[in-house]
Design a protein around this ligand. Structure first.
Ligand code: ZN
Length: 383
């Protein structure tokens, strides 16, 4: 990447960071969307804003034509900044110090978005394929209002999601989500005579203990992902390969001296590729003995085969520029899942250290921005 272009792209990251487009804030999402449209306009690309759902803008731009198509997909929403006092700099100052851009979203994923915007501008008049750019505003809350609709409207040959990975982690798969509610029902009695009642809290507690063994369920990992799984475990720990279990809330009972007749606990479980939601759910029901289970939010685990020619090419190019480039399965979900569920190959790749996502003093280095640009650029040139 040319130094001048890099400096401008870093400025663009800073400009995006200055808009506190915290997920769910429709006004700020609109402001960020307007900013993107204006920047693209000033850089030779006409873009429009579409609201598939009211209050959730998606910036869409298209360049080039031809039978083949590629989508650059990024998100403009960020997670809240948390406690201001814990930041060394104002999270929304967009401070550029040395060769680093600081602030909320600099990693996740306004640097990736800026790289995609720069690419769109640079490639707009020289592609012999359809290049589609989409900046969505609700990735951090599940993508139901933007990317879900994009995946229904656009059938493209490849999707590049600009999620962070230090410009060296190549996301080809991600875990699914299985959020459930356990409901225990019992019978009230006076606490002095508990034998006359049936304690619903204890039913839930005992079943939570049983469910905590969910990580022992054997997963038939797809063969082509086995090596990637080992890399991912090195990168992100063993959680990536198992069904994880987190009871996040528990509510029950009415008063200290009353045996409770109702209790509920909401449990977050993440499912790796190799087991479906249906299969996981039936295994889970097999573990539970005393409560009812109902589904809250679910999404299937998903992956893109690294042997698909365009994906293999992206991997080759990434390894050329980043010797440490490696494939990973992400512990969390991205909007990529909507496109994978429609059969489209998806690669998640972008600047910004994975470990700095959603943290205080989130920051991104110029070198990661440049490397992401160079890899994307070479891929687009040869697409
Ligand atoms: Zn993100």
């Amino acid at each position: 990447m040319e130094p001048k272009s890099l400096a401008e792209t870093a400025e663009l990251v800073s400009g995006l960071v200055k808009i506190p487009s915290v997920t769910g804030n429709a006004a700020k999402a609109g402001e960020a969307a307007d900013f993107i449209v204006k920047w693209l306009g000033e850089n030779g690309v006409s873009a429009k804003i579409k609201e598939f759902e009211k209050g959730f803008p998606t910036v869409i731009a298209q360049a080039g034509s031809g039978s083949r198509s590629l989508m650059l997909n990024g998100h403009l929403d960020v997670v809240p900044e948390g406690d201001h006092a814990k930041w060394g700099h104002d999270p929304y100052s967009g401070l550029i110090s040395g060769k680093t851009v600081f602030g909320r979203g600099s990693v996740d994923m306004k640097s990736g978005l800026a790289v995609q915007m720069r690419l769109l501008s640079d490639f707009a008049d020289k592609t012999d394929f359809r290049l589609i750019f989409a900046a969505v505003s609700d990735e951090e809350t599940g993508g139901f209002n933007c990317s879900k609709h994009l995946a229904e409207e656009y059938l493209v040959d490849t999707v590049l999601v600009g999620e962070p990975g230090g410009s060296e982690l190549i996301g080809v798969g991600e875990k699914g989500l299985l959020d459930v509610r356990l409901s225990g029902r019992g019978k009230t009695s006076h606490a002095s005579r508990p034998s006359l009642g049936d304690n619903a809290i204890m039913k839930v507690v005992r079943d939570l203990e049983r469910l905590s063994k969910v990580g022992e369920i054997d997963i038939q990992f797809p063969t082509e992902l086995k090596e990637i799984l080992q890399e991912s475990i090195k990168e992100n720990g063993k959680d990536v390969g198992i069904i994880t279990f987190n009871p996040g809330t528990i509510n029950g009972g009415t008063k200290l001296n009353v045996v409770p007749d109702a209790c509920e606990s909401d449990v977050d479980m993440r499912i790796p590729p190799g087991i479906s939601i249906d299969n996981a759910l039936s295994r889970i029901k097999g573990l539970l003995k005393e409560v009812d289970v109902s589904l809250l939010i679910t999404s299937e685990p998903n992956y893109t085969s690294p042997t698909i020619p365009e994906v293999a090419k992206f991997i080759r190019i990434a390894k050329k520029h980043a010797p440490n480039a490696r494939l990973i399965i992400k512990n969390g979900g991205t909007d990529g899942r909507y496109f994978r569920s429609k059969g489209m190959p998806v690669v998640a790749f972008g600047p910004g250290n994975y470990g700095l996502m959603h943290t205080y003093d989130e920051c991104v280095s110029f070198s990661e921005i440049a490397r992401a640009y160079d890899i994307y650029s070479e891929f687009l040139s040869s697409f």
